[in-house]
Ligand binder design. Sequence first.
Ligand code: T1G
Length: 695
Amino acid sequence: MSGLVEYEKYGAIGVITVNNPPVNALSPGVPEGIVEGVEKGVADPDVKAMVLIGAGRSFIAGADIKFLGKPRSETAKNYREIIEGSEKPVVAAIHGYALGGGLETALGCHYRVAVKSAKVGLPEVLIGILPGGAGTQRLPRLIGPEAALEMIVSGRHVPATEAGELGVLDSVVEDGDLRNAAIAFAEKIADQRPVPRISQMNEKVTNVDPAIFDAMRKKIERRARNQIAPYHCIACVEAAVSLPFEEGVARERELFQEIVNGDEAKSLRYAFFSEREATKIPDIDKSISAVDVRLAAVVGAGTMGGGIAMCFADSGIPVKLLEISEEFLDTGMAKIKANYETSIKRGSLTAEGMAERMALIDPVISYDDIANADMVIEAVFEEMPVKKEVFAKLDAVMKEGAIMASNTSTLDIDEIASATKRPEAVLGMHFFSPANVMKLLEIVRGKNSSKEAVATALKVARRIGKVGAVCGNCDGFLANRSRMPFQTEMNILIEDGALPEQVDKVMVDFGYPVGPFVVGDMSGLDIGYAVRKRRAAESPNEFRKLPIPDRLFEMGRLGQKTAGGWFTYKKGDRTPHPEPEVVKVIEDVRREMGIKPHDFTDEEILQRLLFSSVNEAAKILEEGIAYRASDVDIMWLYGFGFPRYRGGLLFWADQIGVKKIYEIMCEWEKTYGDRWKPANLIKELAESGKSFADA
Ligand code: T1G
């Protein structure tokens, strides 16, 4: 055997075990090893049936993404058909995950048994491709085209119990000794004939209403905007109901080849690996032990603090929520309760789920009540004196070894840490609003933050379902600092002649869920106004005023929290409507600034906005605030809704080419001023022909 796959006989059952840590991906040698195992079982007259199982924590998590699009052996191309063609039944025994090629392998088997905690799925669409191992042909034959279409186009992981109800699995057993359960199942069916082969089950793919495919296309058109893979997935399932199996497989292979090495697939594979790369910190290896956070605490029960407390409760971690008064605490708890009730109304949470979560949140008003927490996250007003007062109190009460984090979005972590006698225990954990929804957790490493503190924050990020990315301490850290030029530039574009609805349309067409001016209306023009006031006071010479949003704020146009901001909204409707009053403000300001407005192409709007942030991200990289370009991309994907199928801000910039961006910036520096002076890193990369990925 190839060492990646072992074969052992238990009585009359041959057990084939895939052992390719960490997730038993179908790396070269694994399909070959499985075939060897099946051939051994078939050749052995004492063997009546076989079991295919995964060692370690999972069945097979899919093709090895690192080898996608690369040549494979003939056996690797046909191993599923070899399994299925066996005269002796093969039972797939699933724990952990059976995803992508893993589930397709199980569909090549004759039966599928899983433990309750297992999950199955065909998530290929999430990395810009489609199930390329006949999954789009077998699954519709097994569970019907509609259920198969939903699984394949969503790419979701289906829990075993649901998969059992759908018919993907023949048996779902209690978590425990899966191998024995599978062996028992194999013994039970060993003599049953004919051996069930999905490729020959055609009754579920005949007389199918073709309308289901266009209905799916209509259903996904908003979220699948500009993408190809979701539509190719639909076409494959259409082939399953219109062609014989072999021809359907050929069609699937043809559509797979069309996209496996396309931009969308490359971008999504990049995003997949970047997310995991972000957890690898150069000077923090596995020898650094993170604190095991069994009890958390949050200081401040406002919108952010309440949302952060929910993150812990949602993950089953008890959390104390501290406020300065019963009144503030009651308000905070009521908001949390209302959030959960909304989830129940939406069907994403049950009443008992809410009760479990609420029971994990313990509202308190004394610092002594949180002293025993392993981690405390401060989420009070974004004012330095207030934060330092909180940290001084935390320093006085928190137990030895507790990690003390601030949720600040821009304030200096080192200054906050200076309020304590243990700055090594202090770092930033910047959640994005709403904290219980947004996936990004920006971990800010102060100059004294210990490796244990950073390792703990990363471990907690994973446990509470966040995507953690680490950066250094500076004004705005990585995410907001890299985004700031974008926000300035969008206002300058309006001063110069563009309108909010044009800018928003450009960014929505690019792939953002909503445009930046609507985002401004959602977060509130008061937020930006306060930040601009602080920066103008701190660095009057550097800071560029933005008279238009200032004037809208001063008119009381704060955004969706009032009748309107950049746009006007009808009650209960988030549809943005261009507002003549806003246009008048824009025209007044242009006149006062002596600006002669001109038109912009959509491309210039897109490049002006994104290149301004590319330039800042380059400075962040050259200052060592970010470890790698892909960390910038993770922050933009998960913090700002940058379209995932474009990989991320710097991945997208690399597709254009740093040299071309450098040349455009040099032109803009002459036309629009020194804010467009290219960062040194951009100049260096342009002159050396390198990319941000090389940086
Ligand atoms: N290929 C290569 N490496 C993989 C991998 C894969 N499919 N899945 C995970 N890894 C690595 C990952 O990069 C990380 O590496 C380590 O394993 C642990 O992963 C023909 C063509 C299975 C739910 O899309 O969704 O099959 O950082 O941190 O949080 O039709 O991994 O340790 O060096 O994510 O417990 C389809 C992708 C492939 C599944 C486990 N399959 N993987 O999550 O661990 S295409 C997928 C996941 C395909 C066929 C097509 C998750 C997981 P490192 P992890 P986890």
